[in-house]
Design a protein. Structure first.
Length: 95
């Protein structure tokens, strides 16, 4: 996979991942079931060459603050650790 664009949820969820308590299979699977179909697993997202996270609005401030200042691995966005790629956050001034 080359590029992944993920939206950030208020609670730190990204790419349909809503919990940091993910099973081990989430690291090795390619896809995973989610509401309405299938989604990329965390392992597949982390294998991409470029991952962008989009955070827009003041409701995303808490999640972004956790990632930047005190990562505790309590939300999916904090589990984004590209194996050999690049991770960038794009945020607006409200976030």
């Amino acid at each position: 996979m080359v590029e992944v664009l993920l939206g950030l949820d208020e609670d730190g969820g990204v790419g349909g991942l809503a919990s940091a308590d993910l099973p081990e299979s989430e690291q090795t699977a390619i896809v995973r079931p989610c509401s309405g179909g299938v989604g990329l697993s965390l392992g597949m997202i982390n294998a991409s060459r470029f991952t962008a996270v989009l955070g827009v609005g003041s409701s995303k401030r808490g999640a972004l603050s956790r990632v930047a200042f005190r990562p505790e691995l309590s939300s999916p966005v904090e589990l984004l650790r590209p194996y050999a790629g690049e991770l960038r956050f794009y945020v607006d001034s409200d976030a």
